[in-house]
Design a protein around this ligand. Structure first.
Ligand code: FAD
Length: 364
């Protein structure tokens, strides 16, 4: 998708290092990206979106991931929010929210709580109907983009099941407290949110009350997993190009670093990491575009392989650049910190392994 990639290239350019050091993104720039449709690029043209396939959105996400992990994180959250509206919302809700999400409004998605991280079935945030209103009580942690968000999609318990509700910024009872000094994706606007008797119109409840909580969560997370996985492909592409450029030009012991076989091996491993991550992401996106039953497991595989490859690949790139990348502000140092977090979010590496093992046991 040349136009969207050019827009991201033009607006983000080489500014990510400064944003990372400052720990904040320029919100007007995020709105401009949002209004260009690139933050949730799969939304249909009828709602002002670009209507990209998952595969093309993946390439756009990878390009963004190469340039800036924080902008890519916001893109993942906005895409998940839009997907939640498309998947769970009724027609009136799609017509209300989606044009806003493709028009410059920013969104975040909140599942995690202090005592419900990997185990989301332990969430205690409650959403209940009260006449024509919906009332939300609880709290969420590490909500990417919440600092910038105009709308936060909050998941919680509702009766015996679950529900997702769209909470506008500024609603009485909603508090947003930025997470100080995150290890990586430092400008992604992570925040803790408090929900103290937040009262909203019933129309904010996506698709109504009392749905299956695991199904709600899995549906939103599948989009997030593909997006994070493609972001990791972007990290690997950036690291590969930085490591190859450095190894080809810096000389030690009378020849370029790349001609020392142990360094060449690191480069070869980076190529393998980037190529295998790309292939599993393409497969997951193709399953998504085809509506294949294999989709859920393909997204888990793509996320697991790509995140692990990115974390190891970024560490190798730091090794090749050595002191040249050993300071904050260098793109490879940033990639190293950002990549580690990709093994934790949207289902940690361990949770992905458990899901893959369960899948194989169910299918043998
Ligand atoms: P825990 O669940 O406490 O896990 C700790 C360790 O134990 C991990 O290694 C885990 O893999 C392992 N573990 C846990 N259970 C098992 C098991 N059964 N078997 C084997 N190992 C296990 N949340 C949101 O809702 N929205 C967001 O936008 C969002 N963005 C985030 C961005 C960043 C940068 C980070 C760091 C987190 C974000 N989160 C977000 C929260 C994220 O989803 C959780 O951090 C993640 O689910 C892991 O939960 P936890 O940190 O509580 O770790």
């Amino acid at each position: 998708p040349e136009g969207p990639i050019a827009l991201v290239g033009e607006l983000v350019a080489d500014r990510a290092g400064g944003w990372d050091l400052a720990g904040v993104l320029p919100v007007e720039l995020l709105r401009e990206l949002g209004a260009g449709g690139v933050l949730c690029a799969e939304v249909e043209a009828a709602y002002g979106g670009l209507g990209l396939t998952s595969r093309l959105n993946g390439e756009l996400t990878a390009c963004t991931g190469t340039l800036c992990g924080s902008v890519r994180s916001v893109m993942t959250s906005q895409g998940m929010a839009a997907w939640a509206v498309r998947r769970l919302g009724d027609r009136a809700q799609r017509e209300d929210y989606l044009p806003r999400l493709t028009g410059g409004a920013l969104a975040a998605v909140a599942f995690s709580e202090p005592d419900a991280g990997s185990d989301l079935s332990a969430m205690t945030t409650r959403i209940h109907r009260d006449g024509d209103a919906v009332v939300v009580d609880g709290g969420k942690v590490w909500v990417t983009g919440a600092r910038y968000a105009d709308l936060i999609v909050v998941f919680g318990r509702c009766g015996d099941g679950g529900a997702a509700v769209v909470v506008p910024a500024g609603t009485p009872g909603l508090t947003v407290r930025p997470v100080p000094d995150p290890l990586g994706c430092r400008a992604a606007g992570h925040a803790e949110i408090g929900l103290d008797s937040v009262r909203l119109p019933a129309g904010t409840l996506l698709g109504g009350a009392g749905q299956s909580l695991p199904l709600l969560v899995t549906s939103a997370l599948s989009y997030g997993r593909i997006s994070v996985a493609w972001g990791c492909v972007g990290i690997l592409r950036g690291c590969l190009s930085a490591a190859a450029g450095h190894a080809g030009s810096r000389r030690q012991f009378g020849k370029p670093l790349a001609e020392h076989q142990l360094v060449a091996r690191l480069l070869a491993e980076l190529v393998v990491a980037e190529q295998t991550a790309t292939r599993v992401c393409e497969h997951a996106s193709d399953c998504w575009d085809a509506g294949s039953a294999e989709l859920v497991i393909a997204t888990v595989l793509a996320k697991h392989v790509s995140a692990g490859n990115a974390a190891r690949g970024a560490a190798s790139a730091v090794q090749v650049l050595a002191s040249a990348a050993a300071r904050d502000g260098h793109p490879v140092a940033r990639a190293y910190r950002d990549a580690k977090l990709m093994e934790i979010i949207e289902g940690s590496s361990e949770l992905c392994q458990l899901m893959l093992a369960r899948h194989v046991l169910e299918t043998v």
